[in-house]
Design a protein around this ligand. Structure first.
Ligand SMILES: Cc1cc2nc3c(=O)[nH]c(=O)nc-3n(C[C@H](O)[C@H](O)[C@H](O)COP(=O)(O)OP(=O)(O)OC[C@H]3O[C@@H](n4cnc5c(N)ncnc54)[C@H](O)[C@@H]3O)c2cc1C
Length: 467
């Protein structure tokens, strides 16, 4: 008798690691993507996977990968499902690989400021562990309570303090990855190497398509001696963007640099609205003398630019509320379809992209909010985080309007020479736009890597690389 994939997995892992109860299957069917949530809530219920497997060690992952490959069963890795681009979606044949209980701290190496976590460690738990030792990764995405360190790597995440500490690629020193072949790839622990291309980079942003990340080693930093907050009003987004360019190109690096347009100031900081339209929030961290010098320098640059000081209480307000956002479920119940879309561009292009995307989004029927803020700043450019919300008269149109808003944002970004994703990844929603980002030659390279690593395409088959 032919044994099913569920039975084969139970043979090697035991029943307790292979779950088939309705609650678990339903809970792990999808990520946080707005379109999947809309489907569920509007009666187009997404299917359950064949089973949810919960490995606790790398050897389990190897066994799962081998069984799925031999059986031709799609295998979809899952961290905590906070992805917002449709990276996790299943069909009744899918084996859902839930990494969230593979969550031990493997090693803390204080002399070398390194820590290695299992990939399923929740971000907030990783930080809580480090904090007890006076250490930090410096990587704090808004979803830190809802996401895993492996998920951060798989999506090329960015944290709220990235302007000084960098994004995930700047804090990850090493990886352990189970390849689709069942082999284990792991990087050597050296601070840098010139030994050919950096192979671990292939897995940063691979979204479960090229292997299962099983461990992540971070480079750490000591908690800063001092933290100060400052804020400035600018008349326009262009003026605020220009101030950020001056600050960062002068060599100052406040880890938090966030510029909100007039619409977002009205929505998020109504008590701090004051004549001028946009607000720049900064957090300065580090050795006390450097922090003091940075605040003085930023204040000087701001006044040179015609920007005025805002109360630093507005930054404290942001910091307190930074991880509180309305749930998509609540919005959908109110008939609102919404999303945030992050893009990036060089300094000379970002202002035009901002104007064109916001204008284009406002032309979509039912759109009541089209706004943006920047939150990740670089010497050569910056990101923008667009928010749109629409209240269609006919709820059946919610998905169409959602797709239209995404289409317009991607189209204007590409036309303006920007990059289609700053940190949420490709998933399903950006798949069609990937060739515009990396070109046909880039697509051929990516597909070739996929073909070599996963010739039968069983790993997260509909994500990122498709068709
Ligand atoms: C409220 C909210 C705020 C957010 N804020 C931020 C933010 O500030 N910065 C940011 O970058 N993102 C943010 N996100 C997006 C999301 O949290 C990130 O993409 C996060 O990195 C996903 O981690 P996860 O563990 O939840 O992964 P999941 O959502 O479970 O998976 C994401 C993708 O990675 C793959 N994957 C997961 N784990 C592994 C693994 N171990 N090996 C191989 N593939 C794997 C999955 O197959 C999927 O394709 C936010 C999301 C929400 C809902």
């Amino acid at each position: 008798m032919v044994r099913s994939i569920v039975e084969k997995l139970q043979d090697v892992l035991g029943q307790e690691k292979v779950l088939t109860d309705e609650f678990t299957l339903k809970d792990r069917r999808r990520d946080y993507w707005m379109l999947s949530q809309l489907d569920d809530m509007q009666g187009r219920r997404l299917p359950n996977p064949a089973c949810v497997v919960r490995p606790t060690e790398t050897a389990d992952v190897v066994a799962i990968v081998n069984r799925c490959r031999e059986n031709g069963s799609p295998l979809v890795p899952f961290g905590l499902g906070s992805g917002v681009c449709g990276g996790v979606k299943v069909n009744p044949q899918t084996v859902l690989l839930d990494m969230s209980v593979m969550n031990r701290t493997r090693q803390l190496d204080i002399d070398n400021l390194l820590v290695t976590f299992d990939a399923g460690v929740r971000g907030a738990d990783a930080e809580a562990f480090l904090e007890k030792n006076g250490l930090t990764t410096g990587h704090y995405p808004q979803s830190i309570d809802l996401s895993t360190v492996g998920g951060w790597v798989a999506t090329r995440a960015a944290g709220q303090f990235s302007s000084a500490y960098g994004c995930i690629e700047d804090v990850v020193v090493g990886l352990e990855v189970v390849l689709p072949s069942g082999e284990i790839f792991s990087t050597r622990m050296t601070p840098r190497a010139a030994a050919g291309p950096d192979l671990k980079q292939i897995f940063l942003g691979s979204e479960g398509t090229l292997g299962v990340i099983t461990a992540v080693t971070f480079s750490l930093r000591w908690k800063p001696e001092k933290r100060t907050m400052s804020a400035y009003y600018a008349s326009t987004m262009e003026e605020g963007l220009e101030l950020q360019r001056y600050i960062i190109q002068s060599g100052w690096t406040p880890p938090v640099m966030r510029l909100y347009d007039a619409s977002e100031v009205e929505r998020n900081f109504p008590d701090y609205k004051q004549g001028k339209d946009t607000l720049l929030l900064l957090i300065h961290e580090g050795p006390a003398a450097r922090v003091d010098a940075e605040v003085a320098a930023c204040t000087f640059l701001a006044s040179n630019q015609g920007c005025t000081l805002a109360p630093s209480a507005v930054v404290e307000h942001w910091y307190r509320e930074r991880n509180h956002v309305p749930s998509f479920e609540d919005l959908i119940k109110k008939g609102i379809v919404a999303d945030t879309i992050e893009i990036a561009a060089t300094w000379d292009r970002i202002g035009t992209i901002y104007q064109n995307v916001v204008r284009s989004l406002r032309e979509v029927q039912g759109v009541v909010v089209a706004s943006a803020h920047s939150s990740h700043c670089y010497r050569s450019g910056i990101n923008l985080y667009f928010t749109f919300a629409a209240i269609p008269q006919n709820p059946e149109k919610m998905a169409d309007i959602y797709r239209e808003c995404w289409h317009r944002t991607m189209k204007e970004t590409v036309a303006g020479g920007g990059g289609i994703s700053h940190h949420h990844g490709i998933g399903r929603i950006r798949r069609d736009w990937l060739p515009a980002e990396i070109g046909e030659t880039g697509m051929t390279m990516l597909k070739s890597i996929k073909k070599v690593l996963d010739p039968t395409n069983f790993m997260n088959p509909e994500v990122l690389i498709y068709g």
